[in-house]
Write a protein that binds this ligand. Structure first.
Ligand SMILES: [Zn+2]
Length: 217
């Protein structure tokens, strides 16, 4: 079974997750968002004796991947994801740092862009499934680990809320469609590890998230 540690990064309190197999200590790092936090994160991974396998990105926003390139170099691993439709965000990395008020950082060099419904073998003892969920960004990928019942939901679904869709290339209808067709169909006891805020479950969001409950008035 997989375990995880959360590191909040950037002024946006972005949740970087280190997901690891407690037995083999193989790990992946999802969304290392802050280049300023890379030395600390690297030290933590080293102190825990983890064996990094890859860095995975949910989407191309700076607060989710600002530390990816520097950390990939230190850990000697590849950066995987998101979908290629988010390349437009990565191509404007410098402009993003100004837009979000975050320190400039090297552009992540993606070794593999991902598509919907891929099954990744990241040496975690179980596969990682990709769910392409456009709307917040056009190439946003959520990562689902069915055996451990974990979902890395990035900025698609939050506890009590959903991601913003008012950025360039945002699409509110696509976002709701993706959440309804690909996310809420997952088992109720799936733990949702969001890009911001506290963790939740699919079951809890289905009955309490106002964006997902049909209008009754
Ligand atoms: Zn975002």
């Amino acid at each position: 079974m997989l375990n995880y540690i959360t590191y909040q990064q950037t002024a946006f309190a972005q949740n970087c997750r280190v997901v690891f197999d407690a037995q083999t200590k193989n790990c992946i790092v999802c969304d290392p968002g802050s280049s300023g936090d890379v030395p600390y994160l690297y030290k933590q991974i080293e102190n825990l004796g983890l064996n990094p396998q890859a860095i995975i990105l949910t989407h191309g926003h700076h607060d989710h991947c600002g530390g990816a390139q520097e950390l990939a170099r230190l850990l000697n691993v590849s950066i995987i994801g998101p979908n290629i439709a988010d390349r437009v965000w990565l191509d404007h990395f410098k402009e993003q740092s100004i837009m979000f008020g975050l320190p400039e950082a090297p552009v992540p060099e993606i070794s593999r862009f991902l598509n919907d419904n891929e099954e990744l073998n990241l040496n975690l003892g179980e596969p990682v499934h990709t769910l392409l969920c456009p709307g917040h960004t056009p190439g946003h990928i959520c990562y689902y680990m069915p055996k451990s019942k974990l979902l890395l939901s990035g900025d698609v679904l939050f506890a009590g809320s959903i991601g913003r869709s008012d950025f360039p290339q945002g699409d509110p209808d696509a976002l709701i469609k993706a959440i309804k067709e690909k996310i809420v169909v997952l088992p109720d006891d799936t733990k949702v590890l969001s890009g911001h805020g506290s963790e939740t479950t699919i079951g809890r969001e289905k009955i309490s998230n106002h964006f997902l409950i049909p209008d009754i008035y």
